[in-house]
Structures are given as structure tokens and as C-alpha cells.
Design a protein around this ligand. Structure first.
Ligand SMILES: Cc1ncc(COP(=O)(O)O)c(C=O)c1O
Length: 376
């Protein structure tokens, strides 16, 4: 068996320093609110353990993920771990055993969690989830008060937090978002009057932090941020917090050829060379997260030069023009997302070309894309 390390042909470099700076800038910008760091889906695909390691020494109340398996991976980080959204019945026993903070999104779940708490002689910390307009999970505002009162009587549940979520906080000043904030504030006040107090009260995601100051003011005392840590903003809305992109996607030049005029490039023959052209092939394709929408529209950077993509992006390879590159060599580093030579290709540029949002781009980096964190 040969243990020689085979280096990756396509990789993401994650700038730990930028990640830390993004966390601190977000924290400062919402102070005195605390920041709940959202690292679901493997920290949006970049590698949750490395991501958590960078933030390990920072001051935040809880790490938030989407599901039990993700939560289990973070138990040794010395921070509380919470599941946002929902738990399945068969996940409750394991979650309670490991003291994971659980969401309460319906009464049936609350009863099951309470029963499991009783069986284990534990009081389970939970956050009460309010659906104030997301239309996804949680108690509707109409019956949230009564349900919170009922749950507050369950002896093996501690109502440690209450939260809601925004569907359109990327639209500054949206009436809908303002009214969600008002309604959740009223619910929190009504529950306080009834003697039900929550240690943590939160509604803002990254868009809320950038666009809705009321979402990180009293009664709220925490925000939840995921994409902000990545240094990315929504395509719409304000960029209030100073954030830096943390991810650079790179690959290598694997072929260099001069091809004659009239040569068609790639599947579908969507590009035909108008003249004799120095053409390169890079070892990354849609399996690595390059959107098909970059075909004949996107560019990459080779040796500080912008090189247009020719023809259709394929699974493992993408063809580029090397006309602008002085002396390209096999194995040269290619920047797919990042900057060099005064050129910048951002996640947001790909999101625009693909007619999607930056989350989709980050979460689409493929399985063979190696993730490297550096701190320099
Ligand atoms: C309930 C909840 N809160 C917070 C977040 C973090 O959102 P963002 O990455 O936009 O900050 C998410 C992610 O989708 C979420 O589902």
C-alpha cells in the first residue's frame, strides 16, 4: 500500500484570520447582543471542525447546527450545541443524553422531549420556535402564547430561549420584516407578563444584522449568523457590517494547446474558435461546484490574467482562453474564486451568473474539493 499523499487538483483555501475578523466585526456591530454561530451543513460546506477551531476561543453562547449528526460532531468543542429547526422522534433520546439544546417547534415534540427528560432525570434546555412569517417551522403567532404557557409547566423542559426567523430580511425596510419583529417583541412581553422569561431571545440572521437594527435590540439579546461569517452578503440589501470573503477556490492548469480557427470547444459545441487560439484546460468542473452557468460567460485568473471560459463547463474540466497569459505552464495555479493581478472573482459574481444566491454557490463545492484552513 502506497501512503504517498496525492495533492488535490482543486481546493478551497479558507482564511482563518478573515473568519475571525468577520466574527468580531459582527459581534461589535450588534453589541451588547451575543452571536450564535451557525455552522450547519458542515459550516456551509467548508469544514465544520476547522471552522469551529478558528472560533473556539471566542465568546459566543452556543454553536447552532441543523440536525443531530451535525450536533454530535461538535460536542467536544467546549461550547453548548443547539439544533435549529426540528428534531425527529428517534433523535430525541440521543440528543437528551448528550445535553444538546433542542428546538421546540410543536407541542407533540415538546411532550416527547419532556418525557425523555423525565426518563433520564434531566431538565432539557430548549428554545421555543415561533413561526412569525417564515412558514416553515414553529408555533404560529396565533397560538404561540398558549403553547409556551403549557410547555412552561413541563417539569423536564427548561425554556432557555425563544426565536423566530426572517424570510426576506435582505429587503431593507420591508414592512413584513418590521411587523415580524413587532409581533415577536409583543409575544415576548406578554409571556414575561405571564411570568415566562427566556434567557436567550433572537430573531436576526445575517440579513437582519445588515438591514434591521431593531432585530438586535432589546428585547433581543442574541443574533444568529452563518453566511456573514463567510464574508458574504445577500445580493440585495445593505452591507452594514465590514466583512471579508474567507474562501478562495483554486485548481490547476492541466492542458495547454494551440488550436486552429474553427475548432469547437466542449459538449454541445457551444463555442467555436474564431481564430487560432492558445487554449488551456483547468482541472475543475461542475462536480467541484463550478456552475454550468459559467459556460461561455465566466472567467478564471491565471498568473494574474483574466481568462474567459470557452464552451460548456463539464464535470471535471473547463476550457479557457490563455491568449492573455504570457508564459503559461502545465500545473500553474488557477484562481476560480478569489483575486489576483487586480482582478477579483467573487462568490456573488457566480451567484449572479447562476441566478441564485451565494449560499447555493458555497454549499455546492464538491466532495473532492479539498478544504485547507490557514491562519496567516
Ligand atoms: C433558523 C436559522 N437561523 C439562522 C440561520 C443563519 O442564516 P444566515 O446564514 O443567513 O446568517 C439559518 C440559516 O439558514 C437558519 O435556518
Amino acid at each position: 500500500m502506497n501512503n504517498m499523499k496525492i495533492s488535490s487538483r482543486v481546493w478551497v483555501e479558507v482564511d482563518g484570520k478573515a473568519l475571525l475578523s468577520n466574527f468580531r466585526n459582527i459581534h461589535k456591530s450588534v453589541s451588547p447582543c451575543s452571536v450564535i454561530v451557525v455552522m450547519k451543513a458542515n459550516a456551509y460546506g467548508l469544514g465544520v471542525r476547522d471552522f469551529a477551531n478558528v472560533l473556539k476561543e471566542e465568546n459566543f453562547p452556543v454553536l447552532a447546527v441543523a440536525e443531530l449528526r451535525e450536533a454530535m460532531e461538535l460536542l467536544d468543542f467546549g461550547h453548548e450545541v443547539m439544533i435549529l429547526g426540528s428534531v425527529l422522534p428517534e433523535e430525541i433520546a440521543c440528543a437528551v443524553e448528550h445535553d444538546i439544546v433542542l428546538p421546540l417547534s410543536n407541542l407533540e415534540m415538546a411532550k416527547r422531549i419532556n418525557a425523555e427528560g423525565k426518563r433520564c432525570k434531566k431538565v432539557v434546555k430548549c428554545h421555543f420556535v415561533v413561526d412569525s412569517g417564515m412558514g416553515r417551522l414553529g408555533f404560529l403567532l396565533d397560538n404561540a402564547f398558549e403553547n409556551a404557557v403549557e410547555i412552561s409547566k413541563m417539569k423536564n423542559i427548561k425554556l432557555d430561549g425563544i426565536y423566530s426567523h426572517f424570510p426576506i430580511a435582505y429587503k431593507p425596510g420591508s414592512e413584513f420584516t418590521n411587523s415580524q419583529i413587532k409581533k415577536v417583541c409583543k409575544l415576548i412581553a406578554d409571556l414575561a407578563t405571564a411570568g415566562i422569561h427566556f434567557k436567550w431571545r433572537h430573531i436576526a440572521n445575517s440579513d437582519g444584522i445588515n438591514n434591521f437594527p431593531e432585530s438586535y435590540m432589546a428585547p433581543f439579546n442574541a443574533v444568529r449568523t452563518g453566511i456573514g461569517l463567510h464574508g458574504t452578503y445577500d445580493l440585495e440589501g445593505n452591507k452594514r457590517v465590514d466583512l471579508k470573503p474567507i474562501a478562495t477556490l483554486k485548481t490547476r492548469l492541466t492542458e495547454i494547446r494551440e488550436l486552429p480557427a474553427g475548432t469547437s470547444i466542449g459538449y454541445g459545441q457551444t463555442y467555436v474558435l474564431p481564430r487560432k487560439t492558445l487554449v488551456g484546460v483547468i482541472s475543475a468542473g461542475y462536480a467541484d461546484g463550478l456552475p454550468l452557468a459559467l459556460s461561455n460567460r465566466g472567467s478564471v485568473i491565471v498568473n494574474g490574467c483574466l481568462c474567459p471560459i470557452l464552451g460548456r463547463v463539464s464535470m471535471d474540466y473547463t476550457t479557457i482562453s490563455l491568449e492573455q497569459v504570457a508564459n503559461p505552464q502545465l500545473g500553474d495555479e488557477v484562481i476560480c474564486i478569489g483575486e489576483a493581478g487586480g482582478y477579483k472573482i467573487a462568490l456573488e459574481d457566480w451567484a449572479c451568473l447562476k441566478n441564485t444566491h451565494p449560499y447555493d454557490i458555497i454549499c455546492s463545492f464538491g466532495g473532492r474539493v479539498e478544504r485547507f484552513f490557514y491562519n496567516d
